[in-house]
Design a protein around this ligand. Structure first.
Ligand code: ZN
Length: 139
């Protein structure tokens, strides 16, 4: 039941993500989640693949929850491209609205931080971002 609430809170705009647990840990709230889609599209050729190559955990800082920093530990899969001759042998799945390639923050937090950076350059932005309980550098 709690997981349904957290599912709605965190991923109401994200499809294909299942929350497995939400654990308060000191200053952190750790949200463990995994992807649920059966297949993923190769970013190079667009061919959908169901051939899972490997799994790993991505850690994404998310916006603050009740003054605690949220950390999403999202288990994602690496797929083999099923298109013969595609140069992209394997690729990691992306979750629209949550992850972006090589990103270590959730897409929502990234958007907030980009706005903060534009509005307030340097230290002020860093302080405000800190107030949002996100670990960011002045750059
Ligand atoms: Zn491909």
């Amino acid at each position: 039941m709690g997981d349904v609430l957290f599912q709605d809170l965190w991923f109401h705009r994200v499809e294909g993500v299942v929350v497995e647990s939400v654990i308060p840990d000191g200053e952190l709230v750790v949200v463990r989640a995994r992807t649920a889609a059966e297949r993923a599209a190769c970013p190079a050729c667009g061919t959908a693949s169901v051939r899972v190559h490997s799994r790993y955990v991505r850690r994404l800082a998310d916006s603050a929850v009740g003054g605690r920093q949220a950390l999403i530990e999202l288990q994602v899969r690496r797929f083999r491209c099923s298109q013969q001759g595609c140069l992209q042998a394997t690729f990691a799945e992306q979750v629209d609205g949550l992850t972006f390639r090589h990103g270590r923050r959730s897409a929502g937090l990234q958007t907030v931080l980009e706005r903060v950076a534009v509005m307030l350059a340097g230290r002020a932005g860093s302080r405000l971002a800190h107030a949002l309980a996100a670990k960011v550098s002045r750059s």
